[in-house]
Ligand binder design. Structure first.
Ligand SMILES: O=C(O)C(=O)C[C@]1(C(=O)O)C=C[C@@H](O)C=C1
Length: 293
């Protein structure tokens, strides 16, 4: 089986993909949308994509591409501890150079904002497609006084030195990833620690309907269906038009969730099922060693 991830080697997405699919062929992709296109075109069987981070919130590119461009079903979820490291090329360290620029993925740079402001206030930041691609750039440009933010896997992969460890501004830094597949195929995911089941729905409210969101939430509340996330994103059709992504803390059943969906449809809402799946966790494995003191 071919499983895509945001490449190159050494990204957090690769960590998530390796944990869920240790025996499968993992294929690095340049961007998240490209990995989703490849699943739709049958070049890949599955892809692993970041969806939500404890510090930075939703990964909008994933959510928007999933909703508007490639509606791939969600097969599984996995939460990973995110420990960011400040890396430099050993050649630069031998020369005693300070970094003039710091490269990384926008989410990784945002997760380390306080650290950068306090420790390297004069360095400019530059965005890359992933933490791994920032590390790969450093490896290919040893003469440049540049640092990057990436993980320990990337330091090993690209021969870089960890100058500062665990530099994220909050020790509880976690990212949740989704596994996306195709409608017509079933896949076994073998996660390290199962933590919960989830059903994700996309709900579009009828226009100009007073109290619509309240009624939507009531349909879940009186059935005692626990919601772990509710998120609004623009429909992209006009200012003020939103849809809601709702995560319910259980798998699709025969009675409660179908009942809530029917009730919402009677109210004029459009309800689409994005997936009903198991969530795994990698965070318990390294929790104690990776948290910043
Ligand atoms: O650049 C990476 O290493 C990624 O896997 C992407 C990504 C993200 O999109 O948020 C994943 C986890 C971390 O939060 C930082 C970056």
């Amino acid at each position: 089986m071919k499983v895509g991830f945001l490449g190159p080697k050494g990204t957090f997405t690769e960590m998530a993909a390796t944990a869920l699919f240790p025996k499968e062929e993992l294929i690095p992709c340049q961007t998240i949308p490209l990995s989703m296109d490849k699943v739709a075109n049958h070049d890949l069987d599955l892809t692993v994509v970041p969806i939500e981070n404890t510090i930075e919130g939703s990964v909008n590119i994933t959510l928007d591409y999933l909703i508007h461009k490639q509606r791939l079903p969600i097969i599984a979820g996995v939460t990973v501890t995110i420990a960011q490291q400040f890396l430099m090329h050993p050649v630069q360290l031998e020369k005693g150079n300070q970094p003039e620029r710091v490269l990384s993925h926008p989410h990784a740079l945002a997760q380390c904002h306080d650290f950068l402001k306090e420790t390297y206030p004069d360095a400019t930041v530059e965005y890359t497609n992933s933490t791994g691609s920032a590390a790969a750039w450093l490896a290919a440009n040893p003469a440049e006084p540049v640092a990057c933010i990436a993980n320990e896997l990337a330091a090993k992969e690209y021969g870089l030195t960890v100058v500062h460890q665990n530099i994220q501004d909050y020790s509880s830094n976690r990212t949740r990833f989704l596994v996306l597949g195709r409608n017509d195929e079933q896949h076994d995911v073998c996660g390290p620690y199962k933590i919960s089941d989830r059903t994700t729905l996309m709900i579009t409210l009828p226009e100009d309907y007073t109290g619509a969101l309240h009624q939507v939430l009531s349909a879940f509340a009186w059935r005692k269906l626990n919601l772990s996330k509710i998120e609004s994103r623009p429909t992209k059709t006009g200012l003020g038009n939103y849809y809601f992504i709702i995560d319910i803390d259980q798998k699709m059943d025969d009675v409660l969730i179908p009942g809530a969906i029917s009730e919402l449809e009677v109210l004029g809402c459009k309800v689409e099922l994005l997936g009903s799946y198991t969530c795994y966790s990698l965070t318990d494995l390294k929790e104690k060693t990776e948290i910043r003191a």
